[in-house]
Design a binder for this molecule. Sequence first.
Ligand SMILES: *Cc1c(COP(=O)(O)O)cnc(C)c1O
Length: 452
Amino acid sequence: MSDLRRTLPSVSALLESAGVRALLADAPRPLVVDAVREVVARARESGASVPKGPDGWVQAVADRLATTRRASLRPVLNATGVVLHTNLGRAPLARAAIDAVARVAAGYANLEYELSSGERGSRYTHCTALLTELTGAQDALVVNNCAAALVLALDTVASGREAILSRGELVEIGGGFRVHEIMAKSGARLREVGATNRTHVGDYAAAIGPATGALLKVHRSNFQVVGFTADASVRELAPLARAHDLPILHDLGSGLLIPLDDAGLTGEPTAGEALAAGANVVMMSGDKLLGGPQAGLIVGDARYLAAMRANPLARAYRVDKMTLAALEATLALYREPSVARREIPTLALLCAPVSEVRARAERCAARLRAGGVACALVDDDATVGAGAFPTAILPSVALALDGDAERWAAALRTGEPAVVGRVRDGRLLLDLRTIPDADVDALAGAVVAARA
Ligand SMILES: *Cc1c(COP(=O)(O)O)cnc(C)c1O
């Protein structure tokens, strides 16, 4: 044992020292005691972690305490170039949505209360008018997420019966979300038709019988089928469904409310287009392309929506006042599409011209060089993410940092604020497509702080 380790202070002596006693002013005693014990134990194990002098010991205890008290969930600067990054929380909220959450979060709200009559109301009324206005649907319902929306829809219209689905749409979205497993939970039986690459209206027609409860269409969010392919569209299936009085349920996934063709994002239908094509129930996420909070939005025919609202599962999947506040404020921005594109961060990041991204990268690079970090601007390909527009490439600009990529990545991830980038060709890239203007300085500061 080294000399240093032979003279370690005792836990009780440290607790009595003025520096550690000062820490008790704003930390609960058991946490401080734990921190002291850990610092002493670590010093006993390894001579390399013996603090130097009384101040060193107090600092080590303070650092240990800070680590314990740090929030588990904290903000991250997303420099991956993936706009809707599911692991990083998908859509950042618009200012209006954040303000709306703050307005209802601290106090009470008319969540299930009719202010005009003084009677009990329903939480399901809050976003309904906006959703029907924006999609042309008869009715709307908001639940916890799109996966819940799919279970609720299937359980309501096809429990104990068959839902017909093309083999080409038997998809895994990610994070364990597989359509056939979700269907099994809903009590609906999956009736597969067609082939992986080709399914025709006739395949659905041949499968319809007394046990049929619904026709299901699932958007191929995260992959494409190319080559010798055929697909029965909702528009082509609508007459068949009508003739048998069967609903078409369309899991749209992303939840586009306005077309984004001019930003080069083509091929995804908006919710309104999906309904106009003949879908009876359309389901989508609140936190993908829509750019709002996590939620599952269900829009469609009043008869199916009323049945879903009365299903006990709707209670299990219900959303809270903060989700509804954020969603209502986000939806309201869509009343003026140009406002939505400017104010909703997801849309603004997706639609920004590459010249704007380059300007952000140049501004950040200047700050880095001033702080002693060498870097180069490189062209990069950003992506939409979250299984939307899977093949779309968003032209982008990244900063490639000089030095060991893995060391940079680790230092940035554990910094304050945390930064997540991407390693390419042995260099750490920070893609500015996913860094809003307002965060450029914070990004530069975090990188300068993380340099070796
Ligand atoms: C993303 C996605 C879902 C799941 O949506 P969550 O809101 O994450 O539950 C369901 N279906 C499709 C087609 C999707 O792309």
